[in-house]
Ligand binder design. Structure first.
Ligand SMILES: [Zn+2]
Length: 315
């Protein structure tokens, strides 16, 4: 299969798709947000509708060009708004699947946030996966394949995307942003934890989005973990410049306070914002980012045996 270079890293997925066994009629593209699910879905849907000769997608036939422009009438999308994919919506798609394709040889249904389907919606989908017309193809995108019923999973080929290595991220981002200052691109590559979607949105935005993004994520991890991911995120903070780290701590505090109105445990929020205030003070005392990161992680767990006071931090 061609066009897979658009996806960074993920060699095993690329090898499987290039193995030349032809395309499956249903795939589950799983992996955390920003790992390239949409990029891969774009390549796959183009390959499915391509009418050119030879290896697909040819990139030049009218089907490929329409697919690339996002205007192919036989590529149908659902779930991109992040709202629940309801049973009514899935039944609508099922009805549509029995209408012959408009232009291509196949019809592609691209379902984002597939994990939002409840059991009835998934069972409705299962019916078309099992008995639908042969030209209908399904791409289910999800950050949680475990939320899909085993019956649905067994009908689809699973493609599991993962974060890329720092070297892969760097090389890919340098190619994607040739005009941006090298240091900026390298900094984003270093901080994105292998999740390129994050680095891309930072580099495409004005840089402000990065602090907001990272603050929201950190606040969420501090509130509900999982601890292993929080630990990784804290280790990642070592790469932040002092000034940006200060902004990040402030943003995290703002996000935690915002979480209160969304029903977060007030005692936990008070505890965490107190810790963040202490770290902010420590930062002003020239304590290094690495120490701040370590203290944040240790201090975030109430059961942590480490004493955690501004006094020990500034000593
Ligand atoms: Zn083509």
């Amino acid at each position: 299969m061609r066009g897979l270079e658009a996806l960074c890293g993920n060699g095993s997925v690329k090898r499987r798709l290039s193995a030349g066994r032809g395309l499956s009629h249903a795939y589950i593209l799983a992996g955390p947000a920003g790992c390239g699910k949409r990029t891969l879905a774009a390549v796959l849907s183009q390959a499915l509708v391509c009418s050119g000769p030879g290896e697909v997608p040819c990139g030049t036939c009218s089907d490929c060009r329409k697919a690339a422009a996002g205007i192919h009438p036989d590529i149908l999308r659902a779930g991109a708004d992040g709202k629940e994919l309801t049973v009514a919506r899935v039944r609508e798609l099922r009805g549509d699947a029995y209408l012959l394709p408009n232009e291509a040889g196949r019809k592609v249904y691209l379902l984002e946030n597939a994990q939002t389907m409840n059991n009835s919606a998934q069972n409705a989908l299962l019916k078309i996966l099992e008995d639908g017309p042969a030209y209908a193809a399904f791409l289910l995108l999800t950050d949680n394949a475990g939320a899909l019923l085993p019956t649905v999973r067994s009908r689809c080929e699973g493609l599991s995307l993962s974060p890329v290595t720092p070297t892969e991220a760097r090389d890919w981002l340098l190619r994607r942003f040739p005009d941006r200052p090298r240091e900026e691109v390298l900094a984003a590559a270093g901080r994105c934890e292998g999740v390129l979607g994050r680095a891309v949105s930072w580099l495409e935005g004005d840089g402000q989005g990065e602090v907001q993004d990272a603050g929201a994520r950190l606040a969420q991890l501090l509130l509900s973990g999982p601890e292993g991911v929080l630990l990784e995120a804290c280790v990642g903070l070592e790469k932040w410049e002092r000034e940006a780290l200060g902004e990040l701590l402030d943003e995290t505090t703002r996000q935690l306070l915002r979480a209160l109105t969304a029903g977060a445990d007030p005692r936990r929020v008070t505890f965490l914002t107190g810790r963040l205030r202490q770290l902010r003070q420590a930062l002003a005392y020239n304590v290094g980012a690495g120490h701040i990161a370590g203290w944040l992680c240790a201090g975030a767990c109430p059961a942590s045996p480490l004493s955690f006071t501004t006094e020990t931090m500034t000593r």
